[in-house]
Design a protein around this ligand. Structure first.
Ligand SMILES: [Zn+2]
Ligand SMILES: [Zn+2]
Ligand SMILES: [Zn+2]
Length: 376
């Protein structure tokens, strides 16, 4: 990579970072030793970073410590908004506990919830449910890290990030019947297609439905359901950021895979497996190698073509290229990545958005990404 070319970009990134109030605040020493000026005291038992993190669970008693929220407002310095956020989360979990929770389906399922996601799971072992939101929250952490707290708030996620984990294909078909009855205007042509799949994202409801049976997961991997949850958590976040939709598939899928990596170290899920098998014999975790080989053989998909591609038309190499490109864009710095996504969400084409954010034409961007991909 040319160092000369990267210097002006870095300078722009630093300039923007220096203007950010969050960074300015972080540079100053924390005034409150208790909460480090975050306004939140993490609960030692319900720490979100722990694999056993459990916020709300209908099969567990209500935790007296933090009501399951995972943190408490700092008694010294929490502001009004932080207190309100705590009260709202506690109230939501209380509602779940009564059984008047989030999605009007499967009232007798096991219900769990964390800060950003709700789960209803049929026929899943109780302990396993506690791992679901840990995987989803760790995946979602990438969104919070890249787009910031304000973007998290704008998702109005408290009421919207829903997972329904069904036990079997039969139950999944019953759910689809129920869904189409409830939503007479839903595109009925899709129903037959969806019946063949092993899960579906009902975009209008921010609902992800998955079949929990490992037979429908990523090729016999033991923890494939967790991978599908982490992957889908990424989709739910990026698809609902700013505006509904306006998420080209390369970005949607690349971001979901990045979120899965954030949560579980490597990707196991090709999204197209939700609807059909046969994306290629290569494993998702070999994505870097798939891309390197394609570039060397001059068979990497041109970015201009990738930008217009639907996920259903992607094979292993296009899928891996989408993930590689998103990874590279993130490495160009958080501000420029956010500029790319924001421009796309405002309706710009991917090509124009990437060119404007990086200040180069697509041919130069493609060369820079390829040079990086050959050695990463
Ligand atoms: Zn429990
Ligand atoms: Zn607690
Ligand atoms: Zn996907």
């Amino acid at each position: 990579m040319s160092h000369l070319a990267s210097v002006p970009l870095l300078a722009v990134a630093l300039l923007i970072a220096a203007q950010s109030p969050a960074l300015a605040a972080a540079v100053k020493a924390a005034k409150c030793a208790q909460c480090r000026d975050t306004g939140r005291l993490p609960c030692a038992i319900h720490d979100r970073a722990s694999a056993r993190y459990q916020a709300f669970c209908s099969a567990c008693p209500e935790p007296a410590c933090c009501k399951g929220v995972g943190w408490k407002p700092c008694p010294r310095c929490a502001d009004e908004a932080t207190r309100k956020r705590f009260d709202a989360a506690a109230a939501l979990y209380a509602k779940e506990r009564e059984g008047s929770g989030f999605y009007p389906y499967g009232a007798d399922f096991l219900r769990t919830a964390s800060e950003h996601f709700r789960f209803k799971a049929a026929a899943a072992p109780h302990k396993e449910c506690h791992e679901y939101h840990a995987a989803a929250e760790r995946a979602f952490a990438l969104f919070a890290k890249v787009f910031g707290e304000q973007a998290v708030d704008e998702l109005k996620w408290d009421e919207k990030g829903h997972f329904l984990i069904l036990a079997s294909r039969e139950q999944y078909h019953k759910f689809l019947d129920w869904y189409y009855e409830q939503h007479p205007n839903a595109n009925a042509n899709e129903k037959d297609f969806l019946r063949e799949g092993s899960g579906v994202r009902m975009i209008s409801d921010r609902l992800q439905v998955l079949i929990g049976d490992p037979a429908y997961g990523a090729r016999g991997e033991r923890d494939s359901l967790l991978h599908r949850i982490a992957h889908a958590a990424g989709h739910l976040a990026i698809e609902n950021h700013k505006v509904h939709g306006h998420t080209p598939d390369w970005l949607d899928e690349g971001w979901a895979a990045r979120s899965e990596i954030e949560a579980l170290r490597e990707p196991q899920v090709y999204c197209v497996e939700y609807s059909s098998p046969g994306v290629g014999e290569r494993k998702p975790k070999d994505w870097r190698q798939i891309v390197r080989e394609a570039i060397r053989a001059k068979k990497a998909p041109p970015l201009e073509k990738l930008f217009e591609m639907k996920v259903g038309d992607m094979h292993a190499v296009e899928w891996a290229t989408a993930l590689s490109l998103v990874t590279w864009l993130l490495e160009q710095g958080q501000p420029s990545f956010v500029r790319v996504v924001d421009a796309i969400k405002d309706g710009q084409a991917s090509k124009a958005a990437v060119e404007a954010a990086l200040g180069k034409d697509l041919a130069a961007i493609e060369r820079a990404w390829q040079r990086w991909a050959l050695f990463h």
